[in-house]
Design a protein around this ligand. Sequence first.
Ligand SMILES: NC(=O)c1ccc[n+]([C@@H]2O[C@H](COP(=O)([O-])OP(=O)(O)OC[C@H]3O[C@@H](n4cnc5c(N)ncnc54)[C@H](OP(=O)(O)O)[C@@H]3O)[C@@H](O)[C@H]2O)c1
Length: 152
Amino acid sequence: MFPDMTIPAPFAAQVAVVTGASSGIGAEIARELSRRGHELVLVARSAEKLRALADELPTTAHVVPADLGARDARAGLLAELESRGLTPQVLVNNAGFSTLGPVHRSDPERELALVELDVAAVADLCSRSPARRRTARPRRSCSPTRAASPRS
Ligand SMILES: NC(=O)c1ccc[n+]([C@@H]2O[C@H](COP(=O)([O-])OP(=O)(O)OC[C@H]3O[C@@H](n4cnc5c(N)ncnc54)[C@H](OP(=O)(O)O)[C@@H]3O)[C@@H](O)[C@H]2O)c1
């Protein structure tokens, strides 16, 4: 019914960016994509953890540390990919965190940081994606990308 919105099947040798790849679900997604043959770009703040993961993966994995809660760092990430000649076909927007507890005890700065990472960064990375910019007819690439993330 919505053919453009189906999640594309993974293809070996395509570049996949996994944000939040330094631990948990993101690291497992990276392992699975690598097992399927994808070249990877691993993104998170913890460079050492990303390097350790890259060393264990069977395909090439580029380590690009970045704080995705910062707008200039997100722009820098995309510039870095371009400078390395990488055009990702898959973007897994996994980086994020959540807060718990009563609203009246919440930290406003922390809540805003959550929105910046869990919401703004997702829209930002999707809309700036090099693959999207190269597509003549805009595909709904963001929806399936989000659908592939653990938060969808
Ligand atoms: N586990 C669950 O039950 C569950 C439930 C609902 C939703 N989720 C969501 O699913 C995603 C993965 O969950 P998880 O359990 O695997 O969490 P996790 O182990 O805490 O991993 C979060 C990942 O996001 C990265 N990250 C956090 N802040 C970042 C920032 N500012 N810039 C770049 N990377 C950042 C972390 O790396 P660094 O610290 O190295 O930057 C880490 O790699 C998260 O978005 C989470 O909110 C999880």
